[in-house]
Design a protein around this ligand. Sequence first.
Ligand code: ADP
Length: 262
Amino acid sequence: MPVLLTLGADLGSTASKCVIMQDGRKIAAQTTIPVGAGTSGPSRAIAESLAACGKNLADMHMVCATGYGRHSMTDAHMEVSELSCHARGAFFLFPKARTVIDIGGQDAKVLRLSGGRLNNFVMNDKCAAGTGRFLEVMAKVLEVETADLAEWGAQSTAPVSISSTCTVFAESEVISHLAVAADRRDIIAGIHKSVAHRVAGLVRRVGAEPLVIMTGGVARNAGVRLELEAAIATPISVSPLAQFNGALGAALLAHDRLLQQL
Ligand code: ADP
């Protein structure tokens, strides 16, 4: 039987992710581009992944799009919601996962799984607090790269309190802390606590049943993960593929569809 190639593209609000899989088992290529739907990000992510494994889009047996901008991908054979893709990706990465905390650029979701099936979920997509956007806004004010926040925050000795949940007010609070020469590392640690506090509220609504895993780009920030572990009093597992989880799930669901058609 020939190798079945499937491509999953996650056209997120903030970043574009692509995963190419062989036979629904092996990852042949993965690419993330830090700009999302409506930009050149999706086509660049797909082109880079195809180039990395020396293939063309026509070589893909099934292409599945997911994410905020999935409807704009005309080359896709199928479109699937982010929730289904995150559930499928999580089951591949951590078959025992029961709770998935996905923090992306513009929303945060908590999924409850049972044997890889989605049983329940809660979502915050109304407000930037507790999302990657909140962290990006704060990183900009603090003149720090988003990717470096965790390292800075880990050096804090006395985290400041950020009491506003609203991003705009919290940004003003950060500016006030800077104005009185508070240590940036302590402000960053306070920001991580603020995101964790907000997301922990969502987690409590579905319950933090182990195994708890974290997905989405913010899972790359160990500072947020550690604060979230403390807030929900439960260990959280993170895969190095956390940000690819949606694209990975899309590639796996594309493979599932191929198998149904055989
Ligand atoms: P979406 O799918 O909504 O586009 P992602 O799940 O890709 O979002 O997450 C994007 C967020 O991930 C960014 O807003 C940023 O906060 C965070 N992020 C991305 N890369 C890194 C990194 N290297 N370190 C820490 N955080 C990161």
